[in-house]
Design a protein around this ligand. Structure first.
Ligand code: NAI
Length: 467
Protein backbone atom coordinates (compact mmCIF):
# COMPACT_ATOMS: atom_id res chain seq x y z
CA UNK A 1 0.00 0.00 0.00
CA UNK A 2 1.16 3.50 -0.80
CA UNK A 3 2.19 5.61 2.18
CA UNK A 4 2.00 8.94 0.40
CA UNK A 5 -1.23 10.61 -0.72
CA UNK A 6 -2.24 13.90 -2.29
CA UNK A 7 -4.95 14.23 0.37
CA UNK A 8 -5.35 12.53 3.75
CA UNK A 9 -8.64 13.12 5.52
CA UNK A 10 -8.71 12.51 9.28
CA UNK A 11 -12.24 11.51 10.25
CA UNK A 12 -14.79 9.47 8.29
CA UNK A 13 -17.99 11.34 9.23
CA UNK A 14 -20.21 13.19 6.76
CA UNK A 15 -17.62 15.96 6.39
CA UNK A 16 -14.63 13.68 6.05
CA UNK A 17 -16.00 10.91 3.87
CA UNK A 18 -17.63 13.37 1.46
CA UNK A 19 -14.38 15.38 1.27
CA UNK A 20 -12.52 12.14 0.51
CA UNK A 21 -14.95 11.12 -2.24
CA UNK A 22 -15.00 14.56 -3.88
CA UNK A 23 -11.19 14.78 -3.76
CA UNK A 24 -10.96 11.33 -5.39
CA UNK A 25 -13.48 12.37 -8.06
CA UNK A 26 -11.21 15.31 -8.84
CA UNK A 27 -8.28 12.97 -9.46
CA UNK A 28 -6.36 13.14 -6.18
CA UNK A 29 -4.93 10.07 -4.45
CA UNK A 30 -6.85 10.02 -1.18
CA UNK A 31 -6.79 8.20 2.16
CA UNK A 32 -9.31 8.56 4.94
CA UNK A 33 -8.29 7.73 8.50
CA UNK A 34 -11.15 6.62 10.74
CA UNK A 35 -10.94 5.16 14.21
CA UNK A 36 -14.23 3.28 14.17
CA UNK A 37 -14.88 0.19 12.06
CA UNK A 38 -18.09 1.72 10.76
CA UNK A 39 -17.62 4.77 8.56
CA UNK A 40 -20.07 7.65 8.81
CA UNK A 41 -19.04 9.33 12.05
CA UNK A 42 -21.31 10.47 14.84
CA UNK A 43 -24.07 11.31 12.36
CA UNK A 44 -24.35 7.83 10.92
CA UNK A 45 -23.31 5.67 13.88
CA UNK A 46 -24.80 7.44 16.90
CA UNK A 47 -26.53 10.59 15.67
CA UNK A 48 -28.69 11.67 12.77
CA UNK A 49 -29.37 8.27 11.24
CA UNK A 50 -30.12 6.05 14.26
CA UNK A 51 -32.12 8.87 15.86
CA UNK A 52 -34.23 9.19 12.73
CA UNK A 53 -34.77 5.43 12.73
CA UNK A 54 -35.95 5.66 16.35
CA UNK A 55 -38.09 8.73 15.64
CA UNK A 56 -39.78 6.90 12.78
CA UNK A 57 -40.35 3.71 14.80
CA UNK A 58 -41.63 5.55 17.87
CA UNK A 59 -43.95 7.62 15.66
CA UNK A 60 -45.44 4.40 14.27
CA UNK A 61 -45.86 3.12 17.82
CA UNK A 62 -47.63 6.29 18.91
CA UNK A 63 -49.80 6.26 15.81
CA UNK A 64 -50.80 2.65 16.38
CA UNK A 65 -51.53 3.33 20.06
CA UNK A 66 -53.60 6.45 19.50
CA UNK A 67 -54.00 8.42 16.29
CA UNK A 68 -54.83 5.35 14.19
CA UNK A 69 -58.36 5.35 15.54
CA UNK A 70 -58.83 8.98 14.40
CA UNK A 71 -58.37 7.59 10.89
CA UNK A 72 -60.85 4.82 11.50
CA UNK A 73 -58.13 2.22 11.81
CA UNK A 74 -58.92 -0.19 14.60
CA UNK A 75 -55.90 -1.97 16.00
CA UNK A 76 -55.99 -4.51 18.80
CA UNK A 77 -53.66 -4.31 21.74
CA UNK A 78 -50.46 -2.52 20.76
CA UNK A 79 -47.22 -3.79 22.27
CA UNK A 80 -43.66 -2.56 22.23
CA UNK A 81 -40.73 -4.78 21.29
CA UNK A 82 -37.93 -2.38 22.13
CA UNK A 83 -35.28 -4.97 21.28
CA UNK A 84 -36.66 -5.37 17.76
CA UNK A 85 -36.86 -1.60 17.37
CA UNK A 86 -33.20 -1.26 18.39
CA UNK A 87 -32.14 -4.09 16.07
CA UNK A 88 -33.89 -2.41 13.14
CA UNK A 89 -32.10 0.85 13.97
CA UNK A 90 -28.75 -1.00 14.12
CA UNK A 91 -29.45 -2.60 10.74
CA UNK A 92 -30.16 0.80 9.19
CA UNK A 93 -26.84 2.10 10.54
CA UNK A 94 -24.85 -0.93 9.42
CA UNK A 95 -26.29 -0.87 5.92
CA UNK A 96 -25.57 2.82 5.50
CA UNK A 97 -22.02 2.46 6.84
CA UNK A 98 -21.40 -0.45 4.46
CA UNK A 99 -22.60 1.84 1.68
CA UNK A 100 -19.79 4.28 2.42
CA UNK A 101 -17.23 1.46 2.27
CA UNK A 102 -18.65 0.70 -1.16
CA UNK A 103 -18.38 4.35 -2.20
CA UNK A 104 -14.73 4.43 -1.07
CA UNK A 105 -13.98 1.36 -3.17
CA UNK A 106 -15.79 2.78 -6.19
CA UNK A 107 -13.87 6.06 -5.94
CA UNK A 108 -10.50 4.52 -5.06
CA UNK A 109 -10.29 6.08 -1.57
CA UNK A 110 -7.90 4.17 0.72
CA UNK A 111 -9.44 3.43 4.10
CA UNK A 112 -7.02 3.54 7.06
CA UNK A 113 -8.41 2.05 10.27
CA UNK A 114 -7.08 3.74 13.40
CA UNK A 115 -6.86 7.02 15.25
CA UNK A 116 -5.15 9.63 13.11
CA UNK A 117 -2.98 12.45 14.38
CA UNK A 118 -0.75 15.10 12.88
CA UNK A 119 2.95 14.60 13.44
CA UNK A 120 4.80 17.57 11.97
CA UNK A 121 6.41 17.41 8.51
CA UNK A 122 8.95 15.16 6.80
CA UNK A 123 12.14 16.39 5.08
CA UNK A 124 10.20 17.30 1.92
CA UNK A 125 7.72 19.40 3.89
CA UNK A 126 4.91 16.85 3.49
CA UNK A 127 2.53 16.55 6.44
CA UNK A 128 3.04 13.39 8.50
CA UNK A 129 -0.07 11.63 9.77
CA UNK A 130 0.29 8.86 12.33
CA UNK A 131 -2.37 6.16 12.20
CA UNK A 132 -2.68 4.41 15.54
CA UNK A 133 -4.41 1.15 14.69
CA UNK A 134 -4.93 -2.30 16.15
CA UNK A 135 -1.49 -3.43 14.89
CA UNK A 136 0.35 -0.41 16.26
CA UNK A 137 1.32 2.86 14.66
CA UNK A 138 2.05 3.55 11.01
CA UNK A 139 2.83 6.79 9.21
CA UNK A 140 1.48 8.20 5.97
CA UNK A 141 2.42 11.52 4.41
CA UNK A 142 0.27 13.96 2.51
CA UNK A 143 0.51 17.15 0.50
CA UNK A 144 -2.80 18.21 2.03
CA UNK A 145 -4.62 17.09 5.15
CA UNK A 146 -8.29 17.73 5.89
CA UNK A 147 -9.17 17.59 9.58
CA UNK A 148 -12.73 16.34 10.07
CA UNK A 149 -12.78 14.81 13.54
CA UNK A 150 -16.14 16.27 14.54
CA UNK A 151 -17.33 16.83 18.08
CA UNK A 152 -18.14 15.12 21.36
CA UNK A 153 -20.86 15.56 23.98
CA UNK A 154 -20.36 18.60 26.23
CA UNK A 155 -21.01 18.25 29.93
CA UNK A 156 -21.09 20.37 33.09
CA UNK A 157 -18.45 20.46 35.85
CA UNK A 158 -20.87 18.87 38.34
CA UNK A 159 -22.07 16.25 35.97
CA UNK A 160 -20.19 13.01 35.40
CA UNK A 161 -21.52 11.01 32.44
CA UNK A 162 -21.49 7.37 33.60
CA UNK A 163 -22.19 5.92 30.16
CA UNK A 164 -25.43 4.38 31.39
CA UNK A 165 -27.97 6.19 33.59
CA UNK A 166 -26.42 9.58 33.01
CA UNK A 167 -25.71 9.58 29.32
CA UNK A 168 -25.54 11.63 26.17
CA UNK A 169 -27.29 10.98 22.89
CA UNK A 170 -25.21 7.85 22.20
CA UNK A 171 -26.52 6.10 25.32
CA UNK A 172 -30.06 7.42 24.81
CA UNK A 173 -30.15 5.65 21.44
CA UNK A 174 -29.55 2.25 23.02
CA UNK A 175 -31.25 2.10 26.42
CA UNK A 176 -32.39 -1.47 27.12
CA UNK A 177 -35.71 -0.45 28.64
CA UNK A 178 -38.07 2.53 28.56
CA UNK A 179 -37.12 4.73 31.54
CA UNK A 180 -40.11 5.51 33.70
CA UNK A 181 -38.92 8.99 34.61
CA UNK A 182 -36.53 10.55 32.12
CA UNK A 183 -34.83 13.89 32.65
CA UNK A 184 -33.55 15.66 29.56
CA UNK A 185 -31.12 18.48 30.23
CA UNK A 186 -31.38 21.00 27.40
CA UNK A 187 -34.34 21.71 25.09
CA UNK A 188 -32.12 21.94 22.02
CA UNK A 189 -32.27 19.70 18.98
CA UNK A 190 -31.16 16.48 20.66
CA UNK A 191 -33.29 17.09 23.78
CA UNK A 192 -36.46 17.54 21.75
CA UNK A 193 -35.80 14.73 19.27
CA UNK A 194 -34.74 12.03 21.73
CA UNK A 195 -37.11 13.37 24.39
CA UNK A 196 -39.90 12.82 21.84
CA UNK A 197 -38.71 9.27 21.10
CA UNK A 198 -38.84 8.19 24.76
CA UNK A 199 -42.07 10.08 25.51
CA UNK A 200 -43.77 8.26 22.64
CA UNK A 201 -42.46 4.95 23.96
CA UNK A 202 -43.92 5.65 27.40
CA UNK A 203 -41.44 7.65 29.50
CA UNK A 204 -42.53 10.56 31.63
CA UNK A 205 -40.16 13.14 30.14
CA UNK A 206 -39.08 16.27 31.99
CA UNK A 207 -36.98 18.71 29.99
CA UNK A 208 -34.95 21.25 31.95
CA UNK A 209 -33.87 24.20 29.83
CA UNK A 210 -31.86 27.24 30.81
CA UNK A 211 -33.38 29.59 28.21
CA UNK A 212 -36.97 30.87 28.25
CA UNK A 213 -38.06 28.72 25.29
CA UNK A 214 -36.75 25.69 23.41
CA UNK A 215 -34.27 25.82 20.51
CA UNK A 216 -32.31 28.99 21.26
CA UNK A 217 -31.25 30.72 18.05
CA UNK A 218 -34.33 29.75 16.07
CA UNK A 219 -37.13 32.14 15.14
CA UNK A 220 -38.97 33.39 18.24
CA UNK A 221 -42.50 32.59 17.03
CA UNK A 222 -41.45 29.08 16.07
CA UNK A 223 -39.88 28.56 19.51
CA UNK A 224 -43.05 29.67 21.31
CA UNK A 225 -45.26 27.49 19.13
CA UNK A 226 -42.93 24.52 19.60
CA UNK A 227 -43.08 24.89 23.39
CA UNK A 228 -46.90 24.89 23.28
CA UNK A 229 -47.10 21.86 21.01
CA UNK A 230 -44.59 19.73 22.93
CA UNK A 231 -46.28 20.60 26.23
CA UNK A 232 -49.61 19.57 24.74
CA UNK A 233 -48.02 16.26 23.72
CA UNK A 234 -47.15 15.61 27.35
CA UNK A 235 -43.52 16.66 27.59
CA UNK A 236 -42.89 18.47 30.85
CA UNK A 237 -40.92 21.48 29.69
CA UNK A 238 -39.40 23.70 32.35
CA UNK A 239 -37.68 26.89 31.24
CA UNK A 240 -35.26 29.20 33.07
CA UNK A 241 -33.74 26.19 34.83
CA UNK A 242 -29.96 26.14 35.10
CA UNK A 243 -28.93 22.57 35.80
CA UNK A 244 -25.80 22.30 37.90
CA UNK A 245 -25.22 18.61 38.27
CA UNK A 246 -26.48 15.06 38.28
CA UNK A 247 -25.27 12.12 40.35
CA UNK A 248 -26.23 8.52 40.98
CA UNK A 249 -28.08 7.59 44.17
CA UNK A 250 -28.80 3.87 44.14
CA UNK A 251 -31.05 3.18 41.17
CA UNK A 252 -31.95 6.83 40.82
CA UNK A 253 -30.26 9.90 39.42
CA UNK A 254 -30.47 13.12 41.42
CA UNK A 255 -30.46 16.28 39.34
CA UNK A 256 -29.64 19.61 40.93
CA UNK A 257 -30.48 23.01 39.49
CA UNK A 258 -30.02 26.58 40.71
CA UNK A 259 -32.83 27.59 43.10
CA UNK A 260 -34.65 24.24 42.86
CA UNK A 261 -35.03 21.22 45.14
CA UNK A 262 -33.10 18.16 43.97
CA UNK A 263 -35.11 16.14 41.43
CA UNK A 264 -35.08 12.34 41.08
CA UNK A 265 -35.22 10.38 37.84
CA UNK A 266 -34.47 6.91 36.46
CA UNK A 267 -32.29 8.18 33.64
CA UNK A 268 -30.80 11.45 32.49
CA UNK A 269 -30.03 12.54 28.94
CA UNK A 270 -27.48 15.33 28.82
CA UNK A 271 -28.10 17.42 25.70
CA UNK A 272 -26.51 20.78 26.41
CA UNK A 273 -24.46 20.96 23.24
CA UNK A 274 -21.31 19.46 21.80
CA UNK A 275 -17.69 20.55 21.71
CA UNK A 276 -15.09 20.14 18.98
CA UNK A 277 -13.13 16.90 19.18
CA UNK A 278 -9.49 17.84 18.82
CA UNK A 279 -7.93 15.95 21.73
CA UNK A 280 -4.88 13.97 20.67
CA UNK A 281 -5.02 15.33 17.11
CA UNK A 282 -1.41 16.57 17.23
CA UNK A 283 -2.38 20.13 16.27
CA UNK A 284 0.58 21.52 18.20
CA UNK A 285 3.05 19.60 15.99
CA UNK A 286 2.17 22.04 13.21
CA UNK A 287 1.65 25.05 15.45
CA UNK A 288 -2.16 25.05 15.11
CA UNK A 289 -3.87 26.60 18.13
CA UNK A 290 -7.54 26.21 19.02
CA UNK A 291 -9.76 29.15 20.00
CA UNK A 292 -11.38 29.67 23.42
CA UNK A 293 -14.15 27.19 22.52
CA UNK A 294 -11.75 24.50 21.37
CA UNK A 295 -12.44 25.10 17.68
CA UNK A 296 -9.76 25.08 15.01
CA UNK A 297 -9.62 28.55 13.41
CA UNK A 298 -9.85 28.57 9.61
CA UNK A 299 -9.82 31.25 6.90
CA UNK A 300 -12.35 31.79 4.10
CA UNK A 301 -10.94 28.73 2.29
CA UNK A 302 -11.18 26.55 5.41
CA UNK A 303 -7.37 26.58 5.68
CA UNK A 304 -5.81 26.40 9.14
CA UNK A 305 -2.70 28.35 10.10
CA UNK A 306 -0.55 25.40 8.89
CA UNK A 307 0.22 25.27 5.16
CA UNK A 308 -1.72 22.47 3.45
CA UNK A 309 -3.90 21.66 6.48
CA UNK A 310 -7.63 22.35 6.27
CA UNK A 311 -10.42 21.81 8.79
CA UNK A 312 -14.15 21.32 8.33
CA UNK A 313 -17.37 20.44 10.17
CA UNK A 314 -17.96 20.44 13.92
CA UNK A 315 -14.25 21.02 14.52
CA UNK A 316 -14.53 24.61 13.27
CA UNK A 317 -16.93 27.55 13.73
CA UNK A 318 -20.53 27.43 12.54
CA UNK A 319 -23.55 25.22 13.12
CA UNK A 320 -22.75 21.62 14.06
CA UNK A 321 -24.68 20.05 11.22
CA UNK A 322 -23.80 17.12 8.98
CA UNK A 323 -24.83 18.93 5.80
CA UNK A 324 -22.72 21.98 6.69
CA UNK A 325 -19.73 19.65 7.13
CA UNK A 326 -20.48 17.99 3.78
CA UNK A 327 -20.58 21.31 1.96
CA UNK A 328 -17.29 22.26 3.54
CA UNK A 329 -15.75 18.92 2.55
CA UNK A 330 -16.72 19.50 -1.07
CA UNK A 331 -15.52 23.12 -0.93
CA UNK A 332 -12.05 22.15 0.33
CA UNK A 333 -11.64 19.37 -2.24
CA UNK A 334 -12.69 21.73 -5.04
CA UNK A 335 -10.47 24.50 -3.72
CA UNK A 336 -7.49 22.14 -3.79
CA UNK A 337 -8.26 21.25 -7.39
CA UNK A 338 -9.39 24.55 -8.90
CA UNK A 339 -8.37 27.30 -6.50
CA UNK A 340 -11.94 28.08 -5.56
CA UNK A 341 -14.60 26.41 -3.44
CA UNK A 342 -17.46 28.00 -1.61
CA UNK A 343 -20.07 27.46 1.11
CA UNK A 344 -23.01 29.86 1.44
CA UNK A 345 -23.29 30.04 5.22
CA UNK A 346 -26.46 32.14 4.93
CA UNK A 347 -28.32 29.24 3.36
CA UNK A 348 -27.68 26.26 5.61
CA UNK A 349 -31.07 24.82 6.54
CA UNK A 350 -31.71 23.53 10.05
CA UNK A 351 -34.23 20.78 10.73
CA UNK A 352 -35.55 19.33 13.98
CA UNK A 353 -37.14 15.94 13.29
CA UNK A 354 -39.84 16.05 15.92
CA UNK A 355 -43.54 15.77 15.19
CA UNK A 356 -44.36 18.33 13.95
CA UNK A 357 -41.01 18.95 12.31
CA UNK A 358 -39.29 22.31 12.61
CA UNK A 359 -37.17 23.78 9.84
CA UNK A 360 -35.59 27.05 8.94
CA UNK A 361 -33.26 28.69 6.47
CA UNK A 362 -31.89 32.22 6.35
CA UNK A 363 -32.31 35.00 8.86
CA UNK A 364 -34.74 34.90 11.76
CA UNK A 365 -37.06 37.82 12.49
CA UNK A 366 -34.96 38.61 15.57
CA UNK A 367 -31.76 38.74 13.49
CA UNK A 368 -33.36 41.09 10.95
CA UNK A 369 -34.67 43.34 13.72
CA UNK A 370 -31.27 43.44 15.42
CA UNK A 371 -29.60 44.32 12.11
CA UNK A 372 -32.17 47.08 11.43
CA UNK A 373 -33.30 45.49 8.15
CA UNK A 374 -36.80 46.54 7.03
CA UNK A 375 -38.77 43.41 6.19
CA UNK A 376 -42.28 42.10 5.60
CA UNK A 377 -43.43 38.92 7.33
CA UNK A 378 -46.16 36.59 6.13
CA UNK A 379 -47.39 33.42 7.84
CA UNK A 380 -49.82 30.73 6.79
CA UNK A 381 -51.10 27.94 9.08
CA UNK A 382 -51.27 24.25 8.19
CA UNK A 383 -54.81 24.17 9.60
CA UNK A 384 -55.96 25.96 6.41
CA UNK A 385 -54.22 23.48 4.10
CA UNK A 386 -56.22 20.63 2.56
CA UNK A 387 -53.41 18.08 2.55
CA UNK A 388 -52.55 18.73 6.22
CA UNK A 389 -56.25 18.36 7.06
CA UNK A 390 -56.39 15.06 5.24
CA UNK A 391 -53.34 13.83 7.08
CA UNK A 392 -54.71 15.00 10.41
CA UNK A 393 -51.51 17.01 11.03
CA UNK A 394 -52.62 20.60 11.29
CA UNK A 395 -50.29 22.04 13.95
CA UNK A 396 -47.90 24.75 12.85
CA UNK A 397 -47.29 27.31 10.15
CA UNK A 398 -44.79 28.61 7.59
CA UNK A 399 -43.42 32.12 7.90
CA UNK A 400 -41.71 33.99 5.07
CA UNK A 401 -39.57 37.04 5.76
CA UNK A 402 -38.88 39.26 2.75
CA UNK A 403 -36.96 42.51 2.30
CA UNK A 404 -39.45 45.40 2.53
CA UNK A 405 -37.93 47.19 -0.44
CA UNK A 406 -36.72 44.51 -2.84
CA UNK A 407 -39.06 41.67 -1.77
CA UNK A 408 -36.04 39.29 -1.74
CA UNK A 409 -36.68 36.38 0.61
CA UNK A 410 -34.38 36.67 3.63
CA UNK A 411 -35.62 33.82 5.80
CA UNK A 412 -38.19 31.05 5.89
CA UNK A 413 -39.21 29.38 9.16
CA UNK A 414 -41.50 26.42 9.46
CA UNK A 415 -43.12 24.21 12.03
CA UNK A 416 -45.52 21.58 10.78
CA UNK A 417 -45.84 18.24 8.99
CA UNK A 418 -42.82 17.23 6.84
CA UNK A 419 -41.37 20.75 6.87
CA UNK A 420 -37.91 19.14 6.94
CA UNK A 421 -38.59 18.37 3.28
CA UNK A 422 -40.43 21.63 2.50
CA UNK A 423 -37.46 23.74 3.60
CA UNK A 424 -35.47 22.57 0.55
CA UNK A 425 -37.78 24.61 -1.70
CA UNK A 426 -37.13 27.70 0.41
CA UNK A 427 -33.35 27.16 0.35
CA UNK A 428 -33.44 26.62 -3.41
CA UNK A 429 -35.52 29.75 -3.97
CA UNK A 430 -33.20 31.81 -1.78
CA UNK A 431 -30.10 30.42 -3.52
CA UNK A 432 -31.52 31.87 -6.75
CA UNK A 433 -32.29 35.17 -4.95
CA UNK A 434 -36.04 34.66 -5.26
CA UNK A 435 -38.52 37.30 -4.14
CA UNK A 436 -41.63 36.39 -2.16
CA UNK A 437 -43.56 37.19 -5.31
CA UNK A 438 -41.45 34.66 -7.28
CA UNK A 439 -42.42 31.91 -4.83
CA UNK A 440 -46.05 33.00 -4.89
CA UNK A 441 -46.17 32.80 -8.72
CA UNK A 442 -44.73 29.28 -8.93
CA UNK A 443 -47.47 26.74 -9.52
CA UNK A 444 -47.56 24.42 -6.49
CA UNK A 445 -49.48 21.15 -6.88
CA UNK A 446 -52.78 20.92 -5.06
CA UNK A 447 -53.33 19.51 -2.54
CA UNK A 448 -49.79 19.50 -1.15
CA UNK A 449 -48.17 20.75 2.01
CA UNK A 450 -45.91 22.93 -0.17
CA UNK A 451 -48.86 25.21 -0.84
CA UNK A 452 -48.39 26.52 2.69
CA UNK A 453 -45.03 28.00 1.62
CA UNK A 454 -46.66 29.62 -1.40
CA UNK A 455 -49.48 31.01 0.76
CA UNK A 456 -46.98 32.34 3.33
CA UNK A 457 -45.18 34.14 0.48
CA UNK A 458 -48.55 35.56 -0.63
CA UNK A 459 -49.29 36.53 2.98
CA UNK A 460 -46.06 38.55 3.12
CA UNK A 461 -47.45 40.48 0.12
CA UNK A 462 -50.77 40.93 1.94
CA UNK A 463 -52.74 38.65 -0.37
CA UNK A 464 -52.98 35.08 0.92
CA UNK A 465 -55.82 33.34 -0.90
CA UNK A 466 -57.03 30.57 1.36
CA UNK A 467 -57.38 32.41 4.63
P1 NAI B 1 -28.12 22.48 21.41
O1 NAI B 1 -27.07 23.52 21.37
O2 NAI B 1 -29.05 22.33 20.27
O3 NAI B 1 -29.02 22.69 22.71
C1 NAI B 1 -28.49 22.73 24.01
C2 NAI B 1 -29.53 23.31 24.94
O4 NAI B 1 -29.08 23.14 26.28
C3 NAI B 1 -29.73 24.81 24.73
O5 NAI B 1 -31.10 25.04 24.61
C4 NAI B 1 -29.14 25.42 25.99
O6 NAI B 1 -29.80 26.61 26.39
C5 NAI B 1 -29.36 24.30 27.02
N1 NAI B 1 -28.46 24.34 28.19
C6 NAI B 1 -27.12 24.52 28.19
N2 NAI B 1 -26.63 24.44 29.46
C7 NAI B 1 -27.68 24.19 30.26
C8 NAI B 1 -27.83 23.98 31.68
N3 NAI B 1 -26.78 24.00 32.50
N4 NAI B 1 -29.07 23.74 32.18
C9 NAI B 1 -30.14 23.71 31.34
N5 NAI B 1 -30.07 23.88 30.00
C10 NAI B 1 -28.85 24.12 29.47
O7 NAI B 1 -27.32 21.13 21.71
P2 NAI B 1 -27.75 19.59 21.58
O8 NAI B 1 -29.22 19.45 21.52
O9 NAI B 1 -26.97 18.88 22.62
O10 NAI B 1 -27.17 19.20 20.17
C11 NAI B 1 -25.76 19.23 19.93
C12 NAI B 1 -25.47 19.59 18.50
O11 NAI B 1 -25.86 18.55 17.65
C13 NAI B 1 -26.18 20.86 18.07
O12 NAI B 1 -25.26 21.71 17.46
C14 NAI B 1 -27.20 20.38 17.09
O13 NAI B 1 -27.38 21.31 16.03
C15 NAI B 1 -26.61 19.07 16.57
N6 NAI B 1 -27.72 18.18 16.24
C16 NAI B 1 -28.47 18.45 15.14
C17 NAI B 1 -29.56 17.67 14.84
C18 NAI B 1 -30.39 18.03 13.66
O14 NAI B 1 -29.94 18.79 12.81
N7 NAI B 1 -31.61 17.53 13.53
C19 NAI B 1 -29.94 16.53 15.64
C20 NAI B 1 -29.14 16.39 16.81
C21 NAI B 1 -28.05 17.18 17.07
Amino acid sequence: MSTHFDVVVIGGGPGGYIAAIRAAQLGFSVACVELEKLLGGTCLRVGCIPSKAMLESSEHFEFASGHAKDHGVVIGEVGLDLGAMMKRKDRVVKTMAGGIDGLFKKNGVTRLLGKGRLDGRDDQGQVRVVVDGADGESVVTARNVILATGSEVASLPGLQLDGDRIGGSTEALSWPEVPKRLCVIGAGVIGLELGSVWRRLGSEVTVLEYADAPLPGMDGEIRKTAAKIFKKQGMKLQFGVKVQGASLDGDEVVVTAEGKDPMRFDRVLVAIGRRPYSAGLGLQTLGIETDARGRVPTDAHLATSAQGVYAIGDLIAGPMLAHKAEEEGVAVAEYLSTGYGHVDYDLIPGVVYTDPEIASVGKTQEELEAAGVAFRAGSFPFVANGRARGMGSTDGFVKVLADAETDRVLGVHMIGPRVGELVAEAAMAMAFAASAEDISRICHAHPTLSEVTKEAALASLGRALNI
